[in-house]
Design a protein around this ligand. Sequence first.
Ligand SMILES: *Cc1c(COP(=O)(O)O)cnc(C)c1O
Length: 400
Amino acid sequence: MDSKTLIALEDNLGAHNYHPLDVVLERGEGVWVYDVEGNKYLDCLSAYSAVNQGHCHPKIAQAMIDQAQRLTLTSRAFRNDQLARLYQTLHTVTGYDMSLPMNSGAEAVETALKAARKWGYTVKGVPAGQAEIIVCAGNFHGRTITIVGFSSEAQYQAGFGPFAPGFKIIPFGDSAALQQAINPNTVAFMVEPVQGEGGIIIPPAGYLKQVRQLCTDNNILFMADEIQTGLGRTGKLFACDHEAVRPDVMIVGKALSGGFYPVSAVLASKEVLGVFQPGDHGSTFGGNPLGAAVATAALNVLIEEKLIENAAELGRYFQERLAEIPSPHVKDVRGKGLMVGVELKPEAGGARRFCEALQGKGVLCKETHRNIIRFAPPLVITQADIDWALVAIADVLNMA
Ligand SMILES: *Cc1c(COP(=O)(O)O)cnc(C)c1O
């Protein structure tokens, strides 16, 4: 079937909860993807940073095939031989003493919220039913009803209430606001170290250090949602590493499986994740041997192929070259590592038309909010690939 037919089918039979670019992909390899007509594109979205290791990485693919032919699902009613290996790899790579595997990012966020509340009641001593969790305006933590209930984005909430109580929203990047919002019932502060969906928003230097200090001083959990920023995207293992701070709870997903399979996890100390007793929480697929084998392979690829170092080096290069492009439309170029945003002036007519023009030149990216083009290629990208993309980007940023 050609792309026209497939698009018509999809629009007719599928729910319209996305507004995708009209490109129908059928194959991917490394940074490149191919549509059903055989056109080739450089992927500058990486499935929102889930394919940091590049499309169809052969080592992860092999781990998946091998495991799929051995054992895929046991449920946690029984143990399997892959989960312990994933725990060990997560511990070695991240230093956290305990982890809890889930599937989607939103489920890991929900898990972290439940852990924080139970920690608040059983360890900190907050009165029953009174726990408060502080989050930031402009956040994106997923799409469940609990999570959209503390979004500041009107569309994420419209039509989906009522929402869970117990959340307080403060401005992002403002440690004084955090200090003011804390009270004796506060159990946690959850934040993205760089807001991704919010528009590649980087907080002021020193913010994460101040957050760490405030959380320590007030006995509240610092929970970092690094589902998008983590696992090398910003040029460090975690974006929090740029300020050398260690959150109490680290939430990962997306690239944890290199794009093969949904695997997410909450990483924390034994004091925090130790609050869960058998029966408190669970997931039929969470921690399954197929996901565990894939995630272990995906983490190994990240380290062995030095993808984090590559993100740091080529991220710097890409941002420098982008900033040099003369353009009447660009307001700001910013980013960390290979998580880059180009903010357009309000009068540029929106980022969508630039993304569509880039598609025509073989570069796939997606607008975030109205005016921001996000560039987040797989971390296996080379300087030559970036130079190739820059020619197309320069053209498009100079169109009428
Ligand atoms: C993508 C994302 C999520 C949600 O992950 P899903 O797998 O889509 O549920 C949560 N937080 C951040 C920062 C994300 O980028």
